[in-house]
Design a binder for this molecule. Structure first.
Ligand code: AMP
Ligand code: MG
Length: 421
């Protein structure tokens, strides 16, 4: 099935809006996008991390037949004598997992039954072996009354039934999901092909790590960070190169990346400075929407289509590039990859810091939990401080409104694990 192209206005922001709140920006992004990857059918054993592309129906009941949940003895409950202590004669034979007892269990008799065994005809209830005693001749079992009808029996289809929808499109398969597919008799699933994302760094001052750097140059930190972020997210990272601040060179880089990838992440050069060609190019030759998103660290963020391929221009500061990738890149790429769940799990925890912020923009602080469960933030908010990224285990999210936080106030903490890293 051909994948429809994204609409030119998919990244458009509402007209007349100056600073867009983060939540509005995210809503807008999500509503204009759809999966851009094709589908393929693969074996479930190799489907870990893949995105389901079509509703999956169970091919059988689970359990397929009623079976015993314990090792014990089975009988028909409604034929039990009305005594406090009950004795039932034992019928010869055993029902075991994979070795059904084919005969009928005679009314008023019990039979040995093991965990997972199909419940034989004439049996609807199983008593745990620890709850009985054998009679002196070992020809019958003795137990106290009180067991409920159907006890210790797993009913056919009590878990799920043939043709039940066990997964919807957009779900990302985890090991336990593969167990569900296997038990439903589903050996192949239709999934989306993994999203290919190219990463480009721009900046004349950048040098690839491993090469010699003059004192006036810096190592490119964003490209290795973003490539590995993409790998953690289950996408296919493509090294799109790093380019000096020269529009012709950057244009060639964009063209090459758009040939190979389903989406492009660009860092650096997204502001309106003299040497900032990323947003200029995206605007002059692509379909650009520069978003003045009310977020720190972050702005500005360029979102554009380059030759029809979604391209994100993030700030060059590694802290801002990282935070923007988590807050804007992650949900957007998820949708492009076919995923439907873009919400991020956060927790309210007491602050181990103090902070005043003005109204008007969302703020994300590098943070980590203390042993007492409170959250501390990195000593500097400077967005060039890469050491704070490595120090932190998550982000504290401060609201768009003004806030004056003192020790012990509850604040929103988002661990990096919530962002899939
Ligand atoms: P820019 O967004 O291009 O104005 O860059 C902002 C700051 O981030 C500058 O100090 C750049 O040197 C720095 N920077 C840009 N790209 C990278 C990168 N890939 N790795 C490390 N620092 C970068
Ligand atoms: Mg730059």
């Amino acid at each position: 099935m051909p994948v429809p192209p994204l609409k030119n206005n998919c990244f458009a922001m509402p007209a007349g809006v100056n600073w867009t709140p983060v939540d509005d920006a995210l809503e807008q992004i999500k509503s204009g996008l759809h999966p851009v990857v094709e589908r393929e059918k693969i074996a479930i054993t190799g489907a870990l991390g893949r995105v389901i592309a079509e509703t999956v129906l169970s091919k059988r009941n689970n359990p397929p037949m009623a079976n015993s949940a314990v090792d014990g003895y089975g009988f028909a409950h409604d034929l039990l004598p009305d005594n406090d202590v009950i004795e039932l004669p034992l019928q010869n034979g055993v029902a075991a997992a994979g070795i059904p007892y084919d005969g009928l269990v005679t009314a008023g008799c019990a039979i040995r039954i093991l965990t997972g065994a199909i419940v034989p005809s004439g049996v609807d209830t199983v008593i745990l072996e620890e709850d009985i005693a054998l009679n002196d001749e070992a020809t019958g079992i003795v137990f106290r009354a009180g067991l409920k009808p159907g006890a210790n029996v797993r009913r056919a289809a009590e878990d799920f039934a043939t043709n039940d929808a066990i997964f919807d499109a957009g779900h990302v398969l985890r090991p336990q999901d593969i167990a569900l597919l296997a038990s439903a008799g589903v050996s192949d699933v239709v999934v989306y092909k993994p999203l290919k994302v190219a990463v480009i760094s721009t900046g004349t001052e950048l040098v690839e790590v491993g090469q010699a750097a003059r004192a006036d140059q810096i190592f490119d930190a964003n490209k290795p960070m973003l490539l590995n972020l993409l790998r953690d997210w289950g996408f296919v990272p493509i090294d799109g190169g790093h380019f000096e601040d020269d529009p012709d060179i950057i244009r060639n880089g964009f063209n090459a990346a758009a040939e190979k990838a389903d989406a492009i992440l660009i860092s650096g050069g997204a502001s309106a400075g003299d040497e900032d060609y990323v947003s200029k190019l995206l605007g002059d030759e692509g379909v650009l929407h520069t978003w003045r998103v009310a977020v720190k660290p972050g702005r500005p963020i360029a979102m554009a289509l380059w030759n029809g391929v979604p391209a994100f221009g993030f700030p060059g500061n590694p802290v801002a590039a990282f935070v923007c990738s988590l807050i804007f890149g992650y949900p957007t790429l998820k949708i492009l990859s076919g995923q439907t769940k873009t919400s991020v799990q956060s927790f309210k925890v007491p602050a181990a810091f103090e902070k005043n912020k003005k109204a008007g923009r969302r703020e994300y602080l590098r943070a980590r939990l203390n042993e007492d469960g409170s959250v501390e933030v990195f000593k500097s908010e400077g967005s060039g401080r890469i050491s704070g990224l490595a120090w932190s285990d998550g982000l504290v999210e401060l609201p768009d409104d003004a806030a004056s936080i003192t020790q012990g106030d509850l604040v929103t903490y988002i661990p990096y694990t919530s962002f899939g890293i």
